[in-house]
Write a protein of this length. Structure first.
Length: 144
């Protein structure tokens, strides 16, 4: 009789431990997503240098890799409705702007970007969110 009670208690403790761990992991993921969103929101309407922009791009690529976001045939991240993040940069060419994705800058080499745009000013002009999770979906930086 005692062994049955001990087995039932052990099973109960194991189930309780697994449940607590799952709730903790879920809440930690939500907190991490919210923290990432707050970090990116801090750049909205803020003037930054090209060196800081390349750091943001590198951090975003790391986040997408950690979240296992797939890429298309051109090497661009495929947006999902959950946790993908894209960065678009509007570069000024004469009197018009051209949009370039962060992956293209990364593929061409961040050192090249640093050499040319390290002292250039950029401003985050747009931020959009995922409908499902309300986390940051995309940021647009414009060269000023």
């Amino acid at each position: 009789m005692k062994s049955k009670i001990i087995i039932i208690l052990i099973i109960f403790i194991v189930i309780l431990s697994i449940s607590i761990y799952m709730v903790y992991s879920y809440r930690k993921n939500i907190y991490d997503y919210q923290e990432t969103t707050r970090t990116y929101e801090a750049y909205y309407n803020k003037q930054i240098l090209g060196t800081e922009l390349i750091s943001i791009i590198n951090r975003t690529i790391d986040i997408n890799q950690k979240n296992n976001i797939p890429k298309d045939s051109e090497g661009l991240y495929i947006e999902n409705d959950n946790n993908s993040i894209k960065i678009y940069i509007n570069f000024k060419y004469d009197d018009e702007y051209r949009i370039v994705e962060m992956e293209k800058i990364s593929n061409n080499g961040t050192d090249n970007f640093r050499k040319i745009y390290s002292s250039a000013n950029f401003k985050c002009t747009d931020i959009s969110y995922h409908n499902k999770t309300k986390t940051v979906r995309a940021l647009t930086f414009t060269e000023t």
